[in-house]
Ligand binder design. Structure first.
Ligand code: 5AD
Length: 348
């Protein structure tokens, strides 16, 4: 067996240079790693793939990330903000379909201030006490993360985007830095959240060395969840003419992450499903075990345009769970509607 793959499978630590060699030589080891990824996933979680209802409750954002269609300097996007009642009504509809995790995702919207988000979390936990609430609303002070945890939030998603500080600066405005992002992730973990980080694959200026640093960071930080998806250019951003990431590299990295962190909750992301109709299935075959269909009201889905042609119909729509279930079965797994907590964080 390839010595780097053997090391990875044995749970040994890899250096950044070794991750880089693994990525560069991926064609030789892709199948081996994918089958190993499926094996360890089965050992830890069985053949289950968990479903989360994604509610994109505001597309207002004060940030200006160069890759994102919701950046504040994009005046072409039609902004919306769901009311608390609208979010709760989506939860009710999702609960009826069987969802037991709701992911509240939004831009950094100053009008959805910390108290208001805390109120929303409390209302959801009160209405649906057997459900997990995941927040994904960006960078805040530790006190705010504590407030939301007290309100009942179980999990938090905050992608680190790239573990290389210079590369981070190339993707973000001068007001943002990697150190702040890392501080947030440390705080979230320390408070007790199940924490997800992650990065885009094929973002502008990204090299194999950057990706190796991302893997090395995951190896050290040991997040409970990792979200990765291909970069997809968005027409109203400065990166409109850049090339996007590939299914090939994304699925390889999914397998590496699964083998390196056997009990990680790993979504086959919407971005992957957007660049290839078969993307989600390939993601699951590579080792993913989470899908996050869209539970937002149908009329706002198109407005949450972080990248072009975002998939939000068909299997990406919460209304089509039967279809998604069939896709998951085709990928050799079973759709599971439980809360799907990380195996070492079984509820609170
Ligand atoms: N292509 C792919 N992913 C993107 N994201 C934002 N913009 C894009 C894009 N153009 C990802 C970022 C962010 C998450 C919500 O979506 O990684 O953290």
């Amino acid at each position: 067996m390839d010595p780097l793959v053997r090391k990875l499978c044995a749970g040994q630590r890899l250096e950044v240079g070794e991750f880089e060699r693994l990525i560069r030589g991926r064609e030789q080891v892709r199948e081996l790693l994918a089958s190993r990824a499926r094996e360890v996933r089965t050992q830890v979680y069985g053949d289950r793939v968990w479903i989360r209802g994604l509610i994109e409750f505001t597309n207002w954002c004060k940030n200006d990330c160069l890759y994102c269609g919701l950046r504040c300097s994009n005046h072409k996007v039609e902004r919306y903000r769901l009311s608390e009642d609208e979010v709760l009504s989506r939860c009710r509809m999702g609960y009826g379909t069987g969802f037991r995790t709701f992911v509240l995702q939004g831009g950094e919207d100053p009008l959805y201030d910390p108290e208001r988000i805390a109120g929303l979390v409390r209302a959801i936990k009160k209405g649906f006490p057997d459900c997990a609430v995941t927040l994904s609303v960006g960078e805040y002070p530790r006190e705010v993360y504590e407030l939301w945890y007290q309100a009942g939030a179980d999990r938090y998603l905050l992608r680190h985007e790239t573990a290389d500080p210079e590369h981070y600066s190339q993707l973000h405005p001068a007001s943002m830095c990697l150190a702040d992002r890392m501080r947030c992730l440390e705080d979230l973990k320390d408070i007790g959240y199940q924490v997800g980080c992650g990065f885009m694959v094929g973002s502008p200026w990204q090299t194999e060395e950057h990706l190796a640093k991302d893997l090395s960071f995951l190896q050290a930080f040991r997040p409970h969840m990792v979200g990765i998806g291909p970069f997809i250019p968005q027409k109203d951003t400065p990166f409109r003419d850049r090339t996007g990431g590939t299914v090939e590299l994304t699925t390889f990295l999914l397998s590496v992450i699964r083998v390196m962190l056997p009990d990680v909750l790993l979504p086959a992301t919407t971005a992957l499903a957007t660049i290839d109709p078969d993307g989600r299935e390939q993601g699951i075959r590579a080792g993913a075990n989470v899908c996050m269909p869209n539970l937002s009201p149908a009329d706002v889905r198109e407005k949450y345009a972080i990248y072009d042609d975002k998939a939000c119909a068909g299997d990406e729509a919460a209304e089509q769970l039967l279809h998604l279930e069939e896709k998951i079965r085709l990928a050799g797994c079973t759709m599971s509607m439980g809360r799907g907590d990380h195996i070492k964080m079984d509820g609170r």
